[in-house]
Design a protein around this ligand. Structure first.
Ligand code: AMP
Ligand code: GLY
Length: 440
């Protein structure tokens, strides 16, 4: 192909379908809509906020089955499908869509094992000398208890499969480790708990690194930091994430190059060696230990809420970059630029989140439009009376940009004062690592 033909291929990208219903998918839709060539973005099923972003609409398929998504894509002449969450990826949605001739950003079922089986991912790491915590794996409860006993200290206990973020227990005592082993084998996690990973505890700040890949080459995005715990001061139970900011200052440009060379490229090589053409996001959850960055987990998709903080930093080339990845031709894509600004995201959650989130409360938003502010809806829907109501644990992602993080978070928290729903709660200290106007 000549450069002109490349350009023509990329300019064919007009209609995009994004699979998913969270803040992550809405933020991707919003970012892609910034590209003037994009005519329409469907989010399937989307949520109560999707159609508030220009060019974006919800696609309510009769069912969310693969067959109906394929039919809709054909009917609507979709040029690119982006799959947001891990569950459909692990179930092989990307494979089925590709088989029907669609162009898809998101890994195949085999590649999604990077997230869907911790044992599989660990083996790939060991085989490719990727730094990670030492571990053992077994399908037997007795053996797990024996490993614990001979180790002689508390371990991190992980169910092998997808457990909606609840399959990991970082234990403080041997007794806690025993309880966590029993819990995994109790059937609580279904087939995800057939196998167990026992891991040595490592220490250090955590950072989320995202690479976009066409299976051969990759582009590393600015680093982001998530806030997994429910309460200020990193206390309380683990959640899907209560806030994020990017670019995280925990890693500088040199560190990022090292992470690319020692972690991301070997991961891609390892996937290639298994015959997997991995198209999509490689999300490396890293711990920055005293002996260098180590992988805590891999995910096969963007993080939520890291994605919401990252998307406003993306240049409008993002659409062409994702399309080029999906076509397996990243080298033909324009260079992805990043805005030189600080981005903050604070999650407003519903009463009872994460254990027992309450749904159905009316949401009141009294915010003036501002180019440095985006409200990405996560768990919302429109009810029969046309009211916006809560429909999930994480309700809204309030995302703001500023010259520095103080400015960005100031706007985020000012905006949160103008949002209201019954039982709404949020962390007041998101970004404490990079704000000097937060006193704790
Ligand atoms: P994961 O679902 O694997 O990301 O684990 C959830 C959280 O558990 C991580 O964000 C870490 O805070 C913690 N964690 C996981 N593995 C380890 C480990 N080996 N050592 C210490 N903390 C860990
Ligand atoms: N924010 C963590 C995740 O998406 O898994």
């Amino acid at each position: 192909m000549t450069r002109t033909q490349d350009h023509e291929r990329l300019s064919e990208l007009k209609k995009i379908l994004i699979v998913g219903s969270g803040g992550r998918e809405n933020s991707i839709a919003w970012a892609l809509a910034q590209n003037k060539n994009i005519q329409q973005i469907y989010v399937c099923p989307g949520n109560g906020g999707t159609s508030s972003y220009k060019k974006c609409v919800c696609l309510k398929s009769k069912s969310e089955s693969e067959a109906s998504i394929i039919k809709d894509c054909q009917r609507l002449k979709i040029d690119l499908v982006i799959i947001g969450p891990e569950d459909p990826l692990a179930a092989g949605l990307a494979d089925k869509l590709r088989k029907s001739g669609l162009i898809v950003f998101g890994p195949c079922k085999e590649g999604a094992k990077l997230e869907a089986s911790k044992d599989w991912a660990k083996t790939l790491m060991i085989d490719n000398n990727i730094p990670t915590a030492n571990y053992w794996t077994t399908e037997s409860e007795e053996e797990a208890l024996r490993i614990l006993e001979s180790y002689g200290g508390p371990l991190v206990i992980k169910a092998d499969g997808l457990a909606a973020g609840k399959g990991v227990t970082v234990c403080k005592t041997i007794q806690e480790s025993k309880n966590a082993i029993e819990e995994v084998f109790s059937g609580k996690f279904g087939s995800a708990g057939k196998k167990i990973i026992l891991e040595e505890k490592i220490e250090g700040p955590e950072v989320s690194i995202f690479a976009l890949t066409d299976g051969e080459k990759l582009i590393v995005l600015p680093p982001a930091q998530d806030h997994k715990r429910l309460l200020d001061g990193d206390k309380g139970p683990n959640t899907g994430g209560m806030g994020a900011y990017a670019p995280a200052t925990l890693v500088n440009q040199d560190d990022l190059i090292e992470i690319e060379e020692q972690i991301l490229k070997p991961t891609l090589k390892g996937l290639q060696n298994k015959g997997i053409k991995y198209i999509g996001v490689i999300y490396a959850g890293l711990m920055l230990t005293s002996s260098g960055p180590k992988v805590i987990e891999f995910n096969c998709r963007f993080g939520d809420p890291e994605c919401q903080a990252l998307m406003p930093l993306m240049g409008e080339e993002l659409a062409a970059v994702l399309f080029s990845c999906a076509l397996g031709e990243l080298e033909k894509s324009p260079k992805l630029s990043f805005k030189n600004t600080c981005s903050a995201c604070v999650i407003a959650a519903s009463q009872g989140y994460p254990e027992n989130p309450k749904k159905g409360d009316i949401i009141d938003i009294q915010i003036e439009p501002n180019p440095s502010l985006q409200i990405f809806h996560s768990g919302t829907k429109i009810n029969q009376n046309d009211n916006l109501i809560t429909s999930g644990g994480r309700v809204l992602s309030v995302v703001t940009q500023g010259q520095n993080f103080n400015e960005a978070f100031q706007l985020a928290y000012k905006s949160l004062n103008k949002i209201n729903f019954k039982g709404m709660h949020y962390r007041k200290d998101v970004g404490y690592q990079v704000r000097n106007n937060y006193s704790g």
